[in-house]
Structure formats: structure tokens, C-alpha cells
Design a protein around this ligand. Structure first.
Ligand code: SF4
Length: 328
């Protein structure tokens, strides 16, 4: 369920349009592998989307993910947007796009079209703002252009979502943190932007797999990725972002495609347990800690990863750390 700025609930309906509008492929990307089990695919048509939303009884948040939506051929782009007209009042469209789609004259024309529709959130793929990292990933390597697109959309009143990555070729932990801070500084004071964080995985058949095979790329380890995610998520939340997802949606197709890297079916939970441990430690290094029931599993799940990390941070045993936790 999504919620708009006026507090109205909308049911999320996601359509995946793998690779559409991308033009070229980023070195780590295989959208077919990561979205085919999640619903949708290359066969998604505007007509099918319209039928789906028309059949829904309440407001929907119609989402287009998996490609660069604003670069989908214009006629199809408009037809996909038009599908929202068949939905109940209060519905909106959310989509992911490449920041470069909103640069120059093409970007201005795209924004004019979007202004005719109820837009929920525009999610921008900004894996990094480091020109060297962007170049190594086969993406547009001009961070200024990315920031310009962010400001352009922000100033037109669009709500944004940021999709960041960690463990990219040439990327450092410090660089990723600087990127979170830079993007937070662009966020308006009155609106919280969404934040998604994805660890870079080596998927079969990608350019990144070839880089990894010849020793030109070293993926993050699982624990390393969880720890870095925890630090970034905590920072992102403190800076005002609304964290909505960590890690890719798990699926059989994804599992089969991973050649290397920090894959875990519940990566988001590992990252959130790290974040919780860091948060608890920073508030009170040795406890006691008052924890809501729904957070207990973040401490005790996955072999007690969270409580072990808390104990490690506080210089105590996991048993001592657990005895300092009060359930509320
Ligand atoms: S722009 Fe996004 S969807 Fe398209 S190839 Fe790059 S990572 Fe994949």
C-alpha cells in the first residue's frame, strides 16, 4: 500500500518493463533476470495495464519499474501514462528512470507531458555520483547533469525517490556516504524523498561478470555489504530520507543468475539488523535498550546477527547484550 502526501492510501500495482528505454546496458544490469519472476515483462502493454487498473476498486499507485520509463518510445510512454485515467480518483503513477532522461530539451518536453498526469514518485537511478564509478559502470558519467536533473524535477514539484548502489566498480564506502549527503542536501525541507539501496551483484552474462572473471572487479562480501548498508541507511534516515527498500526482490530467476557478490534472499533484513544495532549502540553503548516487539526479530533472526553485532560494538557478550534489551 502506498500513501500520497495528503495521506490517501493507494494499492500498489507494479509493472516491469525490463530494459525498455535504457538505450544501453549498465555493466551490472540484467533486468530480465531480476524482474521476470516479479511480474510483467516485455509483453506488458498499455492496454493490459489499463484493464488491470480499471478492475481495481480503490485508488492505485501504478508503478513502472525495470527500465528507464521516461525514455520509452513516446507513443508507448504516453499510452502507459494514459492508463491511469481508467483508475479510481486519487490514483497516481510512479516510475523509475535514468536521470539523464530529464536533461535538456528532451527532459523539458518529458516533464511537460508528466505534468498532465497525477505523478506519485519519480524514482531516479543514481547508483553513484562519482564520475569514475559511473564511467566504469557504463553510465552517463557527469554527476553535474544528474544533480541538474534532480533539481529540475524538484523545482517542478515532483516527489523523488533515489535508487543508490554499493559495491560498484571503483566505489568506496566514503564515496557512497558523500553521495547520500549530497543528495540529501538537494531534498526540500517539506517533503521526504524515498530511498532504495541495492548491493551490486555479479549477474551471469553481464559485462561485470567478465570484469570479475578477469580480476578487474571485486564484489563486496555479504557481511561487508550488510555493514555498509547499515551505516548508509542510518545516515539516510537521519538526513530525512524515507527508506523503502534494501536489496533486490528475491526470486528463483535472480538466484540462478548470481555468479558472485553479496546475495542473500533476505538481504534487507541483514542490512536493517545492522542499522538497528548501530542505532542502539549510538544511543546507549551498553544499554539498557527499549525495543518494540517488531524489531526483536531484527536482533534475533539470522542466527542472532543483530544482537551479535550490538554485543561486538558494545564490547560484551551476546547474552549480556540481550539481557540489556527490554521489549516494549
Ligand atoms: S538504466 Fe537501469 S534498467 Fe537500464 S540498463 Fe541501466 S541499470 Fe539497467
Amino acid at each position: 500500500m502506498g500513501r500520497d502526501m495528503a495521506g490517501m492510501d493507494r494499492r500498489r500495482v507494479a509493472f516491469f518493463i525490463p530494459g525498455r528505454g535504457c538505450g544501453r546496458r549498465c555493466v551490472y544490469c540484467d533486468q530480465l533476470a531480476i524482474t521476470t519472476d516479479a511480474g510483467g515483462g516485455e509483453s506488458v502493454t498499455p492496454g493490459a495495464v489499463r484493464e488491470t487498473v480499471a478492475a481495481m476498486t480503490g485508488p492505485v499507485e501504478l508503478c513502472f519499474f525495470g527500465g528507464s520509463f521516461a525514455r520509452v518510445e513516446r507513443a508507448a510512454f504516453v499510452a502507459f501514462l494514459d492508463a491511469i485515467r481508467a483508475a479510481r480518483p486519487g490514483s497516481a503513477v510512479t516510475f523509475s528512470s535514468y536521470p539523464g532522461d530529464f536533461d535538456g530539451e528532451y527532459g523539458r518536453q518529458t516533464a511537460q507531458i508528466l505534468k498532465r498526469y497525477p505523478i506519485g514518485t519519480i524514482e531516479l537511478g543514481i547508483p553513484s555520483l562519482d564520475p569514475n564509478v559511473l564511467k566504469m559502470c557504463g553510465r552517463d558519467d557527469d554527476p553535474e547533469k544528474i544533480k541538474r536533473a534532480v533539481v529540475f524535477l524538484r523545482d517542478l514539484g515532483f516527489r523523488l525517490g533515489i535508487q543508490m548502489m554499493i559495491g560498484l566498480p571503483g566505489q568506496s564506502a566514503g564515496g557512497a556516504m558523500r553521495d547520500v549527503e549530497t543528495l540529501a542536501a538537494l531534498m526540500p525541507e517539506t517533503i521526504s524523498w524515498d530511498f532504495r539501496l541495492y548491493p551490486c551483484l555479479v549477474l551471469r552474462g553481464t559485462e561485470l561478470e567478465a570484469m570479475w572473471a578477469r580480476g578487474a572487479y571485486r564484489p563486496l562480501g555479504l557481511d561487508e555489504a550488510a555493514r555498509l548498508s547499515g551505516v548508509l541507511l542510518l545516515a539516510a534516515e537521519k538526513l530525512g530520507f524515507n527508506v523503502i527498500r534494501v536489496g533486490l526482490i528475491d526470486s528463483e530467476s535472480l538466484k540462478k543468475s548470481v555468479a558472485a557478490g553479496p546475495y542473500h534472499p533476505a538481504f534487507g533484513e541483514l542490512a536493517m539488523s545492522e542499522k538497528l544495532a548501530l542505532e542502539m549502540f549510538s544511543k546507549n553503548p551498553r544499554g539498557p535498550w527499549e525495543i518494540g516487539q517488531r524489531n526483536i526479530s531484527l536482533l534475533t533472526g539470522h542466527g542472532g546477527r543483530g544482537i551479535k553485532r550490538l554485543a561486538e560494538l558494545g564490547g560484551m557478550t551476546p547474552e549480556e547484550a540481550m539481557s540489556a534489551v527490554c521489549r516494549i
